[in-house]
Design a protein around this ligand. Structure first.
Ligand SMILES: NC(=O)c1ccc[n+]([C@@H]2O[C@H](COP(=O)([O-])OP(=O)(O)OC[C@H]3O[C@@H](n4cnc5c(N)ncnc54)[C@H](O)[C@@H]3O)[C@@H](O)[C@H]2O)c1
Length: 334
């Protein structure tokens, strides 16, 4: 009885998805059917902040997901985080207890890359933002994932074309840039590498919609769109502080109340991580060779001093566990 019920549910679920595909061609349909039919169709590589969020949204949309990480501790923490976030959704009434259980039942973990990707139709890589590491991971994924699987990366700034070039399937490599926190943020910035096949892009667009997200397709140039526009704004806010134009609170207040931004640029930089902001600015600076992207010396100093923002306990603001108060760091108090 249980098995029959499961089969009917799976069929109903597939039918719903296929209904939306009436405009799609055979290639898309084949990829979709393979994603729906394999025992573990989606693999997420990297179980950190973004990896657990990406696994969460796929599992909640009904897909079987395997999370792969080199650290077993990270894998266990990822499942615990997903559980906590699902509890919050149940408490808010946005999902039922039953849906929470189904979501968790869709998730597997594996600390072995070969076993983790061998049945995947789509791999979404969300490992640490480091070019050498990503190139090595993509070489490995290309070797062990099925030949027709799509390999996506959640990189914030590394060239998709460069990543694709280390594989033997450049046409099936694409950027799938989720925003943090993944279960909450609607956007998926989809980045076409130089060789990405149009049908692969269409498939990822459709999949993103299945997750309840809004996909936006852009091309592969440094920073794509999100960070090409966001990071110069953050850098300019840091320059304004460095040059003494205004203090931390004033800069953030002007942007919050004057531009209706939910968070000021300095607070946002702390939230993203100042090391991450610096790394992305360096990609823009190197990629375009334009001095307008040169990272502010204050940002470089703060990263060198280990003041990385919320994750290190101090950036432009000081963070105390358990407190939600926004307190300007002693370094910038007037
Ligand atoms: N944090 C954000 O706000 C944000 C937003 C958008 C995109 N991104 C991008 O998402 C990616 C992940 O960022 P994050 O913030 O989740 O990082 P994180 O540091 O929280 O997690 C990275 C994870 O990758 C794992 N890892 C490292 N090497 C690995 C390997 N060889 N195989 C498998 N796993 C490995 C680590 O153990 C860790 O669990 C990066 O490319 C980042 O640029 C981050």
């Amino acid at each position: 009885m249980g098995r029959v019920y499961q089969l009917v549910e799976t069929w109903r679920f597939q039918k719903q998805k296929l209904k939306r595909l009436s405009n799609y061609n055979t290639y898309n349909l084949l990829i979709f059917l393979s994603i729906m039919n394999t025992s573990s169709p989606i693999t997420v590589v990297g179980a950190g902040t973004m990896g657990n969020g990406i696994a969460h949204v796929f599992a909640q949309a009904g897909f079987k997901v395997t999370i792969v990480d080199i650290s077993l501790g990270q894998l266990e923490r990822a499942v615990a985080t997903i559980g906590k976030n699902l509890d919050r959704q149940v408490a808010k009434g946005s999902i039922t207890e039953e849906q929470k259980k189904e979501t968790l039942a869709n998730i597997n973990i594996n600390s072995n890359m070969i076993a983790g990707v061998k049945d995947a139709s789509l791999v979404v890589e969300a490992a640490t933002e480091n070019t050498e590491l990503k190139l090595q991971i993509f070489e490995e994924m290309d070797k062990y994932a099925p030949k027709d699987a799509i390999l996506a990366t959640n990189t914030s700034s590394i060239s998709i074309t460069k990543i694709a070039a280390v594989t033997n399937r450049a046409s099936k490599v694409i950027g799938m840039h989720f925003m943090n926190p993944v279960p909450v943020m609607k956007l998926v910035e989809i980045i076409n590498g130089y060789a990405t096949d149009k049908e692969v892009t269409n498939t990822i667009v459709e999949l993103s919609k299945q997750l309840g997200k809004v996909p936006c397709v852009v091309n592969d140039y440094p920073g794509f769109i999100a960070n090409r526009i966001l990071m110069p704004m953050i850098n300019e806010a840091i320059y304004s502080l460095y040059e003494g134009v205004a203090g931390v609170e004033e800069i953030d207040t002007v942007m919050k109340l004057g531009m209706a931004h939910p968070m000021g640029p300095l607070q946002l930089a702390d939230f993203i991580g100042l090391d991450v902001c610096l790394a992305i600015l360096r990609v823009l600076h190197d990629g375009f060779g334009n001095p307008k992207y040169a990272p502010c010396p204050l940002l470089i100093n703060m990263v060198t001093a280990g003041k990385l923002g919320a994750k290190s306990g101090e950036g432009f603001y000081k963070y105390t566990a358990g407190s939600k108060d926004l307190v300007v760091s002693g370094m910038f108090k007037k």
